[in-house]
Design a protein around this ligand. Structure first.
Ligand code: CU
Length: 180
């Protein structure tokens, strides 16, 4: 009896230990968060994108539609439109979940080399459009990488090496996923 209890105790102990050891290399997904500060009043105006495009409920969401374009054209894009983290290191086999916590749609598109997106007015001066973004949502390959507000995109099967992901709308939103 004592022996059985002892064995049982050891087994439980091993499970707990394994659980604790597993925290650092948990097989669960790694997360990238997409953030923005779209100002509903100006983005949803008929002269801008239109009703219900920007659904930002974050306090202080205050980048106006015209300011976003002006900053991008000046080569100083709004830093509050961002993928976090900028670099993500994962083990091969780990899924990446790109979660849109911003107020408007983004894309999480893998490109061979960071470049501009498909909306010319949001590209930095001289930025060459990344070929993977060209054509915008009329291209299925781009549309597939869209993440709507409050939803997420799952990326699996990334081979070892460096992978570059950017938003094809706001091309300064960038993350490098390093697969070890
Ligand atoms: Cu974006």
């Amino acid at each position: 009896m004592t022996n059985t209890l002892l064995k049982f105790g050891l087994v439980v102990c091993c499970f707990l230990f394994a659980g604790w050891m597993g925290e650092d290399d948990a097989p669960g997904p790694a997360q990238v968060v997409a953030l923005d500060e779209c100002d509903p009043a100006t983005f949803n105006a008929p002269t801008a994108v239109g009703p219900d495009f920007c659904k930002n409920v974050a306090l202080g969401a205050s980048t106006t539609f015209s300011a976003l374009f002006a900053k991008a054209a000046a080569g100083t894009p709004d830093p509050n439109w961002d993928f976090e983290p900028d670099t993500l290191t994962i083990k091969k086999g780990t899924a990446v979940h790109a979660v849109n916590q911003g107020g408007e749609p983004h894309t999480f598109t893998e490109v061979a080399k960071f470049g501009g997106g498909f909306i010319p007015g949001l590209n930095a001066p001289g930025d060459e459009v990344a070929p993977e973004c060209a054509g915008g949502f009329s291209k299925v390959s781009v549309a597939r990488t869209r993440i709507l507000q409050g939803s997420q995109l799952q990326v699996t099967g990334l081979p070892k090496g460096d992978h570059y992901f950017q938003c094809c709308i706001h091309p300064w939103m960038r993350t490098t996923v390093v697969v070890k």
